[in-house]
Design a protein around this ligand. Sequence first.
Ligand SMILES: NC(=O)c1ccc[n+]([C@@H]2O[C@H](COP(=O)([O-])OP(=O)(O)OC[C@H]3O[C@@H](n4cnc5c(N)ncnc54)[C@H](OP(=O)(O)O)[C@@H]3O)[C@@H](O)[C@H]2O)c1
Length: 299
Amino acid sequence: MHSIRNFFCGQWSSTERLDEKTVIITGANTGIGKETARDLAKRGARIIMACRDMERGEAARKEIAEDSGNQNIVLKRLDLSNTKSIREFAELINKEEQQLNILINNAGVMLCPFSKTADGFEMQIGVNHLGHFLLTFLLLDLLKRSAPARVVNVASVAHTWVSGIQLDDINSEKAYNARRAYGQSKLANILCTRSLAKRLQGSGVTVYSLHPGVVQTELWRHLSAPVQVAVRVFSPFTKTSVQGAQTSVYCAVEPALEKDSGDYYSDCAPARCSRAAKDDEMAEKLWELSCQLLGIHWD
Ligand SMILES: NC(=O)c1ccc[n+]([C@@H]2O[C@H](COP(=O)([O-])OP(=O)(O)OC[C@H]3O[C@@H](n4cnc5c(N)ncnc54)[C@H](OP(=O)(O)O)[C@@H]3O)[C@@H](O)[C@H]2O)c1
């Protein structure tokens, strides 16, 4: 089974160190985020695990610290479905941290029943896109002061499920389709990666989006039992969390990427995204709408 999996996974290995660097990873208590944290901890970075469940977060923090031998791993509370929590988290980071070299916007929710965030956004667009958009905005000055720095947005091939952003109904209030809402949120991740890269040209902060592969994690928790069984049956063709973290680690660490910004990766290599994901006009409209919804001014 291991060899079948390896056949389908882009492999990347590097001994690059991250000593003296600080990394934030959202949703680091499980799945791809946890394995990304483990890898970067082994490279010597200070890791800030941004999680909403402090009990599960602490268990993961302890495990990673023991496994990596790196004691510079801290856990901070962050609930991306609540802008108050995002602002409190960012305020703490801006107050306590001298630098931030890598921000990995990894947390995500997929195919959940219709629900709203504390601020009234549809949950998938609210957590996957708007929450991370606000978080990045609030941490950007620190990232710029720490340049060279990177922002890594964990998107998905699911961005191809939609042909655009529903700018007139981004919260799916007229009609909710869980698949469309997830696809839209991941398309938003890629569009905003491109827009942010343009805005950050010359700043020393570079931005990447990626598809981690089809990975056996808890992301599938909202799927029906038969579908979850089917996912397990096909597990030899899917990735483990360690394999799923490889492209995140690659985008965060690979020195050669420092000259690139705004692109989309998969299997530790540049990848093709959909035509909608390259629509700069839509990207700008989404940017404006996101700022308006969040009440922020970001040129
Ligand atoms: N797995 C795949 O096949 C796949 C494919 C393409 C893209 N992705 C993307 O990869 C990323 C990581 O997913 P995964 O597969 O590792 O899924 P996962 O195992 O379900 O992990 C998701 C993480 O996000 C956290 N999270 C969810 N809602 C949050 C909120 N409101 N505030 C803070 N954290 C929140 C979860 O915290 P809790 O543990 O507290 O719920 C968990 O730590 C996601 O962005 C996902 O869209 C995954």
